[in-house]
Design a protein around this ligand. Sequence first.
Ligand SMILES: *Cc1c(COP(=O)(O)O)cnc(C)c1O
Length: 379
Amino acid sequence: MYVLSFLVVVNLVIPINMPKIGEEEVQAVIETISKGPLTNALGQGPKVLEFEKKYAKFAGVKHAVAVNNGTAALNAALLAVGVKQGDEVIVPSFTFIATAEAVAFAGAKIVFADINPETYTLSPEDVDKAVTNKTRAILPVDLFGYSADIKPLREIAEKYGLALLEDAAQAHGATYQSKPAGFFSDAACWSLYASKNITTGEGGVITTNDDKINENLRLIRNHGEKEKYTSVLIGNNYRMPEIEASIGIIQLSKLSSFVAKRRENAQQLTSILQRSKRLKLPTETEANQHSWYLYTVKLLDGTENERNFILKELKQKEIGAEAYYVNPINTMEFYRNNYNSRKLPETEKAAKQVFSLPIHPNVTNKQIEYIGKTLLALL
Ligand SMILES: *Cc1c(COP(=O)(O)O)cnc(C)c1O
């Protein structure tokens, strides 16, 4: 089995995330590749349509539109709500590059807002300050798998007449006010990249309750074509292949068991790490459940060097701990040169102090104990 051989070959390193692929996915791929079709000219083959139907049900909304990756999902959603050149879109800087990049690709201006240091997600107070008469949309991120604080963001969006999108790439299985992540946004963008809670290798989905956004998304996914050779708006080739959709159908059916194992691992790790006074640990509530995509801790009053030293030591002990987003996007060359960023003190701090530990479903309870005890000893 792929999972076991991977662990053995790399000599028991515990990677930060890895796909969990079983015999069912292998069979689904064999069936699709043998029988076809491999794709559909409008991006709506039988496996894609089945996957979309199941995904919409999982997300608790009317529509799901499958695309070929999460970045395409973000770009399509921005275009589908009418973001265009001259508009401004408010995004966090403490996130994966795709969140901001998709805004730039839609031709709009990126405006960065700061984060809440407790959850690392977009601060509604700072978003409110960043709004101008050119703002067209807000794009929060459910970072590390914990939903952004959507309700106050929704209020801001309504106050100024803005679209509220959501980067839910890391949030499969998360809830906000007891609803699936993405539920309260105009459209939510998901990734099915190999590191995510479920995967199709590469893949993405946009979910929405809005019929017009759904219609636009389906056009944008396929060159703006309503029918062959009749483009009504600018689109792209964002179609998901049938093989990927057939993997997605199986992975989606396993998601709740994957998240349950992630939660079990997270709870066990918390029970060990809470003995240290130096760490701020991730939490969840009954209504706002974590997807446990990443178990991210903050080294309280720690310096960047100290954090990096801990990471190096953990890696030497074969624990694949990682610091994500060490360079906030506003500090990266292209973004620094093209966008005059607002001050983001909490973003700067988090980028130096946080790091993530492996809790994915392939990590055993014994390994969690090893990770927890090794980290405690280092502190
Ligand atoms: C993974 C990810 C994306 C991009 O998804 P891809 O499928 O890799 O294009 C976007 N935003 C966030 C927060 C992500 O973690």
